[in-house]
Structures are given as C-alpha cells and as structure tokens.
Design a protein around this ligand. Structure first.
Ligand SMILES: Cc1cc2nc3c(=O)[nH]c(=O)nc-3n(C[C@H](O)[C@H](O)[C@H](O)COP(=O)(O)O)c2cc1C
Length: 418
C-alpha cells in the first residue's frame, strides 16, 4: 500500500518535471500541438485536432488571419501597454475567452478543472460545455477555492446544447445559476453533427472503446493510459443519473447528438431562454451578417462568430473574415467574439482592430493540456497575453482604443458575406 502510494508520488513528480521541460522547449501553439500528438493516443488526438469532411474550414480559419497585414505606427511612447477591456460588464486583462470543449478529460485527467483554474488565474472567462466531463458544481468549487482571499471572482460561463428534454435543460440552467455562472453560451451551429472523418475512420467513441487498436495505442502512450486508468471513469458529468445517455457506455458523438439535440430549435426559442435564465446570453455559431442582425433584434448580449472550429459545416466562412462586415452592420451594442483559428496574440490584435470585442480559443488550450496538463494551459494563456501586448507595442498602440481598422490592410480580400 505504502509502496504503491510512493510510486504514484514519484510518477507525479516525474510528470511535473518533464511537463516543465516540454514547456521550456516550446515556442508556440504549433509546438504544443506536436507534443500532444506524440503523447496522446491517435484516436484521442484526432478527436481534438480533427474537423469536418475535408477539413478546409479548419485550415482556412487559421490561414485567413494571414490575409490581414499590419500598418504599424512608430514613435508613439509604448512604455505602458494596457491590453485590458470590458466583457459583459466586467473588466478582463486581455480580450480572450476559453471556448467550450466537450470531453476535455480525454486530453488529461484534470480536464475542465485544469482549464477553469488556468482561466481563473489569467482572470478570463471559462466556458463549461454541456458535454463536459466535470460538473457545474465541481467547476464552481475549484475556481472559488482558487479565488479565496483574491480580489478576482471567477467568471464561469455555461455552454448550452439545446436538448429535446427541456426539463433537464431547465435543471442545468438552475444549477448554473446556483453556482454563480455569469452567462450561458447557446451553441446554434449543431442541429446535427458534422461528419468528422478522422473519427469515422477510427470508429472513435466517447469514452474510447477498448479494442485491439486502442490497446496497442495505449501501450505506446503509457503516461496517457496510466492517467486514464487511474482516474474515475469519464462521463458527461452534468447529466450522470439524469439521462440514459450520460457517457457511461461508449457512443459515437453523432448518435448522441441525433438522439438528444432538438432539431426544431429556432429564433423563437431565445424567448424560452429569457424566461428560464436571467443572466447574460451569448449566441455561438453565427456565420452571416444576416443572422448577426437577427441576433441583435433578439437582444442577446453577445454573439460568437464561429464555425465550431471547422467541426460542423465544411467550407463555412472564417470567423476573422466576418468580423469587419458584422461590426459594420450591428454597431457596438452587442459584443462580438471571434472564435476559430486564433493561434497568436497578433491574431487577437487583428480581430480587435477589425471590430471584435474579444477572441475565443478551443484547440490551443487543449494542445496545452495534452502536452503538459494545467501548466500547459497556463502557458497558452500567458503566450496569448504576452503576444498581444508585444504586437501592440510594435504597432504603436497603447490600449484597445488605439486598435482601429486603420492599422490593418486586407491582402487579396474579396468579401461577399451577407
Ligand atoms: C475537442 C473539441 C470539442 C469541442 N466541443 C464543443 C462543445 O462541446 N460545445 C461547443 O459549443 N463547441 C465545442 N467545440 C468548438 C469550440 O468551442 C470552438 O468553437 C473551436 O474550438 C474554436 O476553434 P479553435 O479550436 O480553432 O480555437 C469543440 C472544439 C474542440 C476542438
């Protein structure tokens, strides 16, 4: 007994030191992606990294940022850079939000607890997915503990997939309220699940099913396998005991979505949310100017321009290309978040110059988590903040008011989004 406790402690210490070494040798998000690819079983990495069909949207989300060049100004006293702003009525040090990601414990046993704690450290919002593997209450407890004695109050948001079972949904909203969640993020781009062909090819299920392939994969990725086997089983933590589909048996994501999600969802349902949630409302998955305008008519607090990181409709517009046209159409009363393909602090700067209020990230923190656990997520959030502040210095912009469209030029840009 004592011997096995000692060996767990020794393993933990070894893991901690080697995670730090991996981070010391990393320069950017791509490096963390490579480390994650090495450390995670193939099916797990592909679930995180993959996207729909030919994955053109995924690639374009990232490469579209390169279509925007900077027009830097010089000699502007940049000795005191301030990257802070106000999001949903509260100040944050950098306009960045952690997007919701389902099944996060698949990347690392600490999963959503690690990401929410890292977000609280960085004083930015964390969004818990409906398909999370830690519950609303666990997130509240973990982030409250962290903020004890600290002036910063955690900012947790709850992402909602609209289930057919509205009573279950009501219950989730009530629990989010009791746990002081600040906003709900209604994802509107998932009427059915996009065809993620890497998962189809691997026959990937959640949680991963044990078969010859997964056993071999597990043997060649021992630290992931050790973490997976040593910890409690992965479940949809918010609905354990309340839904037959709680992740206790292996399912494909497509079967789960088709069985549980309400495909009749329409704009009228926003009223239902108003009646059942009195906090802020963010709509995630807006992909045209026309829908951004309808969202404003429905008086939501913010919209996230997003194609779900390319995981739903392939050949959907890149969020960064939508920012300028949407900002021109809806003005500044409704906040605009740019979600998808953000890989550097300079990408955040571009989005803000074009009219966004903040950016959201998904895969970057998952790569950090897979590469080095919670420290990896801390690293990612620091990387974005430092990169944003450095870019502002090099652009001659002291604060977010200085980040205007005049600092950006479109290269080969021909937008027709409407
Ligand atoms: C592994 C994974 C799981 C995701 N799960 C959810 C989810 O449960 N709900 C949701 O609204 N979006 C989900 N997303 C989409 C993200 O919230 C976000 O829109 C996307 O990751 C942004 O693109 P990026 O990965 O390029 O930053 C997921 C994305 C990934 C990579």
């Amino acid at each position: 007994m004592f011997k096995s406790a000692m060996s767990v402690l020794r393993f933990k210490k070894f893991e901690k030191n080697s995670a730090q070494r991996r981070l010391n040798r990393s320069a950017n998000i791509d490096d963390l992606r490579r480390i994650s690819k090495r450390r995670l079983p193939g099916g797990v990495f592909d679930y995180i990294d993959g996207a729909a069909e030919d994955e053109r949207t995924l690639e374009k989300n990232v490469t579209s940022f390169a279509n925007y060049g900077f027009k830097p100004r010089v000699l502007r006293d940049v000795s005191d850079i301030d990257s802070s702003t106000t999001i949903l009525g509260r100040s944050i040090p950098v306009p960045l939000i952690c997007s919701p990601t389902g099944f996060t414990r698949i990347a690392h046993p600490d999963g959503e607890l690690a990401v929410s704690r890292a977000a609280a450290h960085a004083e930015i919002p964390f969004t818990l997915s409906t398909m999370a593997t830690r519950s609303i209450e666990e997130i509240n407890q973990a982030t409250e503990e962290l903020s004890n004695g600290n002036y910063f109050k955690p900012r947790n948001w709850f992402q909602v997939y609209v289930w057919k079972d509205r009573e279950l949904l009501k219950d989730l909203l009530q629990r989010a309220k009791e746990s002081k969640f600040e906003a709900i993020v209604i994802t509107v781009d998932t009427a059915v699940l996009g065809r993620r062909e890497r998962d189809v090819r691997r026959g990937f299920t959640l949680p991963p099913k044990l078969g010859l392939d997964t056993i071999i994969d597990g043997v060649i990725h021992p630290s992931w396998t050790w973490g997976f086997l040593r910890n409690e089983p992965i479940r949809f933590a918010n609905v354990v005991g309340k839904s037959s589909d709680d992740g206790s048996s292996a399912i494909t994501l497509a079967d789960h979505v088709n069985a549980q999600f309400d495909q009749t969802l329409s704009w009228e349902d926003i009223e239902w949310f108003r009646d059942n949630w009195d906090g802020k409302i963010v709509l995630k998955g807006i992909q045209t100017v026309a829908d951004a305008e309808i969202a404003v008519e429905h008086d939501v607090d913010a919209i996230a321009l997003s194609n779900h990181g390319g995981r739903q409709l392939d050949d959907a517009p890149s969020p960064i290309d939508l920012v300028g046209p949407v900002a021109a159409a809806i003005g500044s009363d409704t906040e605009i978040y740019c979600d998808g393909g953000v890989r550097r602090g300079s990408d955040i700067v571009k989005a803000i110059c074009l009219g966004a209020d903040a950016c959201m990230i998904g895969r970057p923190f998952l790569y950090g988590l897979g590469a080095a656990g919670e420290k990896g997520v801390d690293w990612v959030l620091d990387f974005f903040k430092e990169g944003m502040q450095r870019t502002m210095s090099l652009l001659g912009a002291k604060n977010l008011d200085d980040l205007t469209p005049e600092l950006i030029e479109h290269q080969n840009f021909n937008s027709t989004f409407g």
